[in-house]
Design a protein around this ligand. Structure first.
Ligand SMILES: Nc1nc2c(ncn2[C@@H]2O[C@H](COP(=O)(O)OP(=O)(O)OP(=O)(O)O)[C@@H](O)[C@H]2O)c(=O)[nH]1
Ligand SMILES: [Mg+2]
Ligand SMILES: [Zn+2]
Length: 165
């Protein structure tokens, strides 16, 4: 699986069941306000509970039929951990609404594209089918994650589509 670390995001896997990397995650929550997002049923509230049991957040089962969550958390709520640390547990999302981003800016939000875009021939390169695109070049050489490139295209299309009406 492609590592988000390579793209420039700190990332690691956790498991509540196997008590994996929970202390590491605990450190991440220190001295900041953290927002927990992800699909319903992935275990957001369970993860928070495992680190801060006193919060006693409601958690739910996965539907045996759809294997998806049942939207156990129904509203976003911010919990105070200490004077400097807050945690916001949210209901499972279906999709993000992307606000106020121009289609030309999508690449700026992908660290690995941002790093490369100065090497594109055109400064307004969309990294789709322009000649001299450094991102496409890397993709062809197998040095850019195809799944991340697909994500980029998905966001790009979504934003472009949203502007049509
Ligand atoms: N195997 C496994 N199951 C987990 C883990 N964490 C949570 N679960 C289970 O996943 C199910 C859903 O957990 P929740 O914490 O309610 O999920 P959520 O992401 O908060 O879901 P919503 O509030 O609906 O968005 C529960 O049955 C948990 O017991 C884990 O690390 N491993
Ligand atoms: Mg929840
Ligand atoms: Zn480009």
């Amino acid at each position: 699986m492609y590592s988000y670390n390579e793209a420039g995001y700190e990332s690691f896997s956790t498991s509540v069941l196997n008590k994996e990397n929970l202390e590491q995650l605990h450190q991440v929550f220190e001295n900041k306000t953290s927002l927990i997002i992800g699909l319903s049923g992935v275990g957001k509230s369970s993860l928070v509970n495992s680190i801060f049991p006193h919060l006693n957040l409601k958690t739910g089962a996965i539907s045996a039929y759809t294997e998806k969550g049942l939207h156990t958390t129904t509203f976003a709520h911010m919990y105070r951990i200490n004077e400097h640390s807050f945690i916001i547990d949210t209901p499972g999302i279906k999709e993000f609404g992307l606000v106020d981003i121009d289609e030309y800016e999508v690449g700026h939000y992908f660290p690995e594209i941002r790093k490369e875009m100065n090497n594109c021939k055109f400064n307004n390169c969309l990294h789709i089918n322009e000649t001299g695109c450094a991102v496409k070049q890397l993709l062809e050489e197998g040095k850019f994650s195809p799944s991340r490139y697909t994500s980029y295209l998905t966001f790009y299309e979504e934003i472009k589509g949203a502007k049509k009406w």
